[in-house]
Design a binder for this molecule. Structure first.
Ligand SMILES: O=C(O)C1=C[C@@H](OP(=O)(O)O)[C@@H](O)[C@H](O)C1
Ligand SMILES: C=C(OP(=O)(O)O)C(=O)O
Length: 426
């Protein structure tokens, strides 16, 4: 297994232009494929999750041209649902933003589609989405375990009408349903059951649907009305914002190391909820400055916080490792869905933070972190979870440094993360 040894970093300063948002890249690619006309995407993310979406769209007959550096993509939309004469298998790795929306999109057209993924993908639920699509007449079979991928979809077109969907495990199910609703045969009315988790991701979905010319009425995230007969229309150029979750590691580094770090590509104008990470960091005592297209974090003495983090599920992991450098306890609540992501993140986080000497209380949906008096050097296991690797890089600010096992797992969303991190380290 590859290991990356990070020696003590005393100073961390500079500017980072953050690579494109995963959430926006994969939504924009799928909408561009379904739309009428050509979309030019710039600052597209080049990473595993986006490659799975692009490869799937290519197999589905979508023509696109990718620039050499893979951050600019011209997509010629289908102006219609996918229609394939021969059965197709699409391997989607562990990309939730490919699996969930494609599952919905493939019910719209015609053909037989098998959606498969990595072993972990087979443990990540999708039943709430499948149940909702079945209410609209979709024909979807589970190929192994009920409620989980792999799936077989027989495209038959999607009926409209009223549909209920659970919002309690993942917002990606509602995102997927929203994205296909305008192309159903009649108007769709969605009712969300239970407390909707990761709500700001729905704002990303609605913002992109709007950019592609589609109307949705949002009744307080509990009910959505989507008129029938709508066609996605290519918006021409679309600049993908920098990824706000990816920005969190650099902002936290700036706050911990006492220097000044500026991230560009995300800021006040961002449509991503994870920019609110900067507010959580400010609550810990960091000095944060906002611009329309940038955020600056300056170091200061950090203290622990007690906060519901359901609105920033991904960036919240960065708070957990930043908490090691804060005075007092940090309690992060309402994060049950950490358990169904790339790994069981609550359990992984608790295990690895204990290795560096922290005292941890792990609940079903919360984690309480008491930092150690002296951080201990540890070999950090990353569980094939890019965010475990990236947020534990912050332990390089401890005197003892840190070792990251299997650092290449950052390829899911940020292939050159450690090069960028080193570039700002002194
Ligand atoms: O819609 C999206 O782009 C995402 C939604 C979130 O998932 P959940 O809604 O499952 O929490 C987030 O964790 C994931 O990385 C991306
Ligand atoms: C949960 C994540 O990914 P996915 O899009 O596969 O759900 C993540 O990137 O933290």
């Amino acid at each position: 297994m590859k290991q990356l040894h990070l020696d003590h970093v005393a100073h961390f300063n500079g500017e980072v232009n953050i690579p494109g948002s995963k959430s926006i890249s994969n939504r924009a690619l799928l909408l561009a494929a379904l739309a009428k006309g050509r979309t030019e995407l710039t600052n597209l993310l080049d990473s595993d999750d986006i490659r799975y979406m692009l490869t799937a769209l290519g197999k589905l007959g979508i023509s696109y041209q990718l620039s050499e550096d893979k951050t600019r993509c011209l997509v010629d939309g289908n102006a219609a649902p996918f229609d394939m004469a021969a059965p197709l298998t699409l391997f989607l790795g562990n990309a939730g933003t490919a699996m969930r929306p494609l599952c919905a999109a493939l019910t719209l057209g015609h053909g037989q589609f098998d959606l498969t993924g990595e072993p972990r993908m087979e443990e990540r639920p999708i039943g709430d989405l499948v149940d909702a699509l079945q209410q609209l007449g979709a024909d979807i079979e589970y190929l192994k375990n009920p409620g989980f991928p792999p799936l077989r979809i027989h495209g038959t077109g999607l009926n409209g009408g009223k549909v209920q969907i659970a919002g309690t495990l993942s917002s990606q199910f509602l995102t997927a349903l929203l994205m296909v609703a305008p192309m159903a045969k009649t108007a769709v009315e969605i009712e969300v059951l239970g407390d909707l988790v990761s709500k700001p991701y729905i704002d990303i979905t609605l913002a992109l649907m709007q950019k592609f010319g589609v109307t949705v009425q949002n009744h307080n995230y509990q009910r959505f009305e989507i008129p029938a007969g709508q066609q996605y229309v290519a918006p021409g150029k679309l600049l993908v914002e920098g990824d706000a979750s990816s920005a969190s590691y650099f902002l936290a580094a700036g706050a911990i190391a006492g220097g000044e770090v500026k991230v560009t590509g995300v800021g006040l104008q961002s449509i991503q909820g994870d920019v609110k990470f900067a507010d959580a960091l400010a609550k810990m005592g960091a000095d944060i400055e906002w611009g329309d297209d940038f955020i600056i974090a300056r170091g200061s003495k950090l203290h622990g916080i007690n906060m519901d983090m359901n609105h920033i599920p991904d960036a919240a992991m960065t708070i957990a490792t930043a908490a090691i450098f804060a005075e007092g306890e940090t309690c992060m609540t309402n994060i049950y869905n950490w358990r169904i992501k790339e790994t069981d993140r609550l359990s992984a986080m608790a295990t690895e933070l204990r290795k560096v000497g922290a005292h941890i209380e792990e609940g079903n949906d919360y984690i309480k972190i008491t930092p150690p008096d002296n951080v201990i050097h540890a070999d950090i296991d990353t569980y094939n979870d890019h965010r475990m690797a990236m947020c534990f890089s912050l332990l390089a600010f401890a005197e003892c440094g840190v070792t990251i096992n299997d650092p290449d797992c950052t390829s899911k969303t940020f292939p050159d993360y450690f090069e960028r991190f080193s570039a700002l380290s002194r």
